[in-house]
Ligand binder design. Structure first.
Ligand SMILES: Nc1ncnc2c1ncn2[C@@H]1O[C@H](COP(=O)(O)OP(=O)(O)OP(=O)(O)O)[C@@H](O)[C@H]1O
Ligand SMILES: [Mg+2]
Length: 449
């Protein structure tokens, strides 16, 4: 069966006779018609119907057509609104166009002209919608292109993300440090209908309890010393988006109760307020602790654990999916190549072997640091001695007894500083207390060694 649904026109007009005339005209032309006799009831109709085009009179008692236009555009920036105005007040029609109206018609109107305008407007609405779909499709690609992995474990994770992204289910992401928990959290957001809204992240282990509470739930002006103004809190600021609760295992026990209540009631109570306020945020939490263990040990509330863990994503450490390492290396070289001069990089087999065999306790973050460093050092050809000595030590027992030479220590330190400065050579030279030209000389020497 084809999916032709009638296009719905919302007619807003406070004169009953005019409403009836418009309804008849539009229904005869094959449209479905919803009418409203005021801006107030129009807003209701707009939010509960899938409206293709809104046709509104400009002069109405109560809120006028321009205010309605504003509100509808706020609700849906891609809505298409046509303004009806008396011939004598074309000025206000112009200001309506400035405010984002699609077009205007003057009263009295010629039926065919009005129908043509509505037809054009409906086509515009269709274009908007197709664009939105295209943008969403693009985002879907983008959402995963930054996450590398062909191992079964990662494929399974991509599947889960695809399946749950568009739901509102809470998601708990577990994995060792540097396994990509935040990256997955962001891709859930990007793949969801919330992608156009904010993605807000907070590290629950980084703030003292009272600060964390007001960051999350907000506070009223004067609630405590220093609360000089109202604060909305992340739950409410996320406004239709996603709230990422990082290091959820570190959340103080007392706040766990508040968080549980917020998730159950879909409401938060700002510090110092006696009223609760509703919020619309999708919750994604992450931890590098084994939360079920934390529950057993009495450090984490069991009820909260189940609330957060509606969908569980466990990212295995890199050493358990070594088949992802070569792809990751390629991706990370590309990511950091620009800083290293933009040339094509190659990795020799012995280097690849070392990178695949190493255990990566810091997971992908450690791999990324290693590659970044090697790209700075190795130019277009990454060799064994472009890798940190630690990696070679693990592979080659003969090297483990040797202390690094002074040259090696210098090389490591210079590279560390350079990386810490985001590869800004001027800044690195300043931190190292040497001239820029000296830094260049050293890098050239490291490169030739
Ligand atoms: N599968 C992947 N593909 C490409 N890059 C990745 C992947 N996983 C992680 N990364 C990169 O590794 C780094 C660490 O990832 P991320 O910050 O998401 O880890 P995390 O699990 O949140 O770490 P932590 O527990 O330390 O906070 C980031 O630069 C990220 O872009
Ligand atoms: Mg993280």
């Amino acid at each position: 069966m084809s999916e032709i649904t009638a296009q719905k026109i919302l007619v807003v007009e406070d004169e009953e006779l005019m409403r009836a005339i418009l309804r008849q005209l539009l229904e005869d032309a094959g449209y479905e018609v919803v009418t409203a006799d005021s801006a107030e009831s129009a807003l209701d109709a707009f939010s509960t119907n899938d409206i293709t085009v809104t046709l509104t009179d400009i002069k109405m008692s109560g809120r006028d057509g321009l205010q309605l236009l504003d509100q509808i555009k706020t609700l849906d920036p891609e809505s298409v609104v046509i303004i009806m105005t008396a011939f004598s007040s074309v000025d206000s029609a112009v200001s309506a166009l400035r405010k984002g109206a699609y077009d205007y018609v003057t009263k009295p109107f010629i039926n065919d002209d009005l129908l043509q305008t509505i037809k054009n407007a409906a086509r515009q609405r269709k274009l908007f919608q197709e664009n939105r779909l295209l943008r969403r499709e693009l985002r879907r690609h983008y959402g995963f292109s930054e996450i590398i992995g062909k191992s079964e474990a990662m494929e399974r994770i991509f599947d889960i993300v695809r399946k749950v992204a568009d739901t509102n289910a809470s998601i708990l992401i577990q994995g060792e440090s540097g396994t990509g928990k935040e990256l997955i959290a962001r891709s859930i957001h990007l793949n969801s209908q919330r992608a156009d809204k904010p993605f807000l992240a907070i590290n629950c282990g980084a703030l003292p309890e009272s600060l964390l509470e007001s960051e999350l739930f907000g506070h009223k002006k004067g609630a405590f010393t220093g609360a000089v103004a109202n604060r909305e809190g992340l739950f409410r600021s996320a406004a239709g988006g996603t709230l990422f609760l990082d290091e959820i295992g570190e959340m103080p026990f007392a706040l766990q109760v508040k968080l549980l209540r917020a998730l159950q009631e879909h409401e938060v109570t700002p510090v110092g307020s006696s009223h609760s306020e509703s919020f619309d945020a999708r919750i994604v939490a992450a931890t590098n602790k084994d939360l079920s263990n934390e529950v057993k040990n009495g450090n984490f509330r069991e009820d909260l654990y189940y609330r957060l863990n509606v969908v569980e994503i466990v990212i295995p450490p890199l050493r358990e999916r070594r088949e992802d390492i070569p792809l990751l290396i390629k991706h990370l070289i590309n990511k950091h190549r620009n800083a290293g001069g933009g040339v094509e990089c190659t990795v020799s087999q012995p280097v690849l072997d070392v990178l695949i065999q190493y255990d990566w306790p810091g997971n992908i973050r450690e791999l990324e640091n290693t590659i970044e460093r090697a790209v700075i050092l190795g130019g277009s050809d990454i060799r064994l001695d472009d890798l940190p000595p630690k990696l070679l030590k693990d592979v080659d027992p003969a090297a483990s007894s040797a202390r690094p030479t002074l040259d090696e220590v210098e090389k490591n330190y210079v590279l560390e500083v350079l990386m810490a400065q985001g590869e800004d050579k001027n800044a690195a030279a300043r931190v190292l207390g040497i001239d820029l030209s000296t830094l260049y000389r050293k890098l050239k020497r490291f490169n030739e060694e």
